[in-house]
Design a protein. Structure first.
Length: 229
């Protein structure tokens, strides 16, 4: 009888120790996940709940945001444009950094064809100091950005679009009805290695519009860091 009681006591003690250890490990894992912007993944259901902005076919309203040269920029300012490659991006995110050269290349290829890049930083600089306006100016100068790099001050524009990641692309086509959303999602299918890209979603979409064709792939899942607002 005494032996059974001792066994029960040791068994309960073991469960308590295991529970504390598991709780501690879970807390540690949670902290790691919260700090690991580079691996943050939002499941499809959650992303749909978060993204309450534009869908393909919607008309995107214009905006007026401060550029790195401290001028205010609107889509309507680009009178010769046939459309716009609007990209929500930022300084700090490794995904955004990985795509910077490709974003510059997109602007170099398509700006003169009527589809300039318009980059918007949606992050709150109080939560992410590396994405402050001053840091944006430094980054644009260091990388030689050829396109407007705008601050979504107060984080008012990105929710209208429904952007959830950096980078997140919205391809717009200028029409008599307004700026129609033609593609939403990722730039291409390989954020890790530009040399191993197999499908260039944005390029394919812009090429289709320039040729007067329907965009084949209208939406993909944006891969990147969550927007800090």
């Amino acid at each position: 009888m005494k032996k059974n009681k001792l066994s029960l006591i040791f068994g309960l003690a073991g469960l308590l120790i295991t529970g504390v250890a598991c709780k501690s490990e879970t807390s540690k894992t949670s902290e790691m996940e919260e700090s690991a912007d580079t691996v943050e993944v939002v499941d499809t259901h959650e992303e749909k709940e978060m993204a309450k902005g534009y869908m393909v076919g919607d008309i995107a309203t214009d905006f007026s945001l401060k550029n790195i040269d401290e001028t205010m920029v609107s889509l309507s300012d680009m009178t010769d444009a046939k459309g716009y490659i609007v990209i929500f991006t930022c300084n700090h995110c490794p995904y955004a950094e990985a795509y910077e050269d490709r974003i510059i290349a997109l602007d170099g290829k398509y700006k003169d064809m009527g589809y300039p890049v318009v980059a918007i930083n949606p992050n709150d600089p109080e939560k992410m100091p590396d994405d402050s306006f001053e840091k944006m100016q430094e980054r644009a100068k260091d990388k030689g950005f050829t396109f407007p790099y705008l601050l979504d001050d107060g984080q008012k524009i990105y929710p209208q679009y429904g952007a959830t990641k950096t980078p997140h692309v919205y391809l717009l086509q200028k029409t008599d009805e307004g700026n129609v959303v033609k593609y939403i999602g990722a730039i291409d299918d390989n954020y890790e290695d530009a040399s191993n890209v197999e499908v260039k979603y944005v390029e394919d979409a812009v090429d289709a519009l320039l040729e007067g064709k329907e965009v084949a792939v209208k939406e993909t899942k944006a891969i990147g860091c969550s927007i800090k607002a």
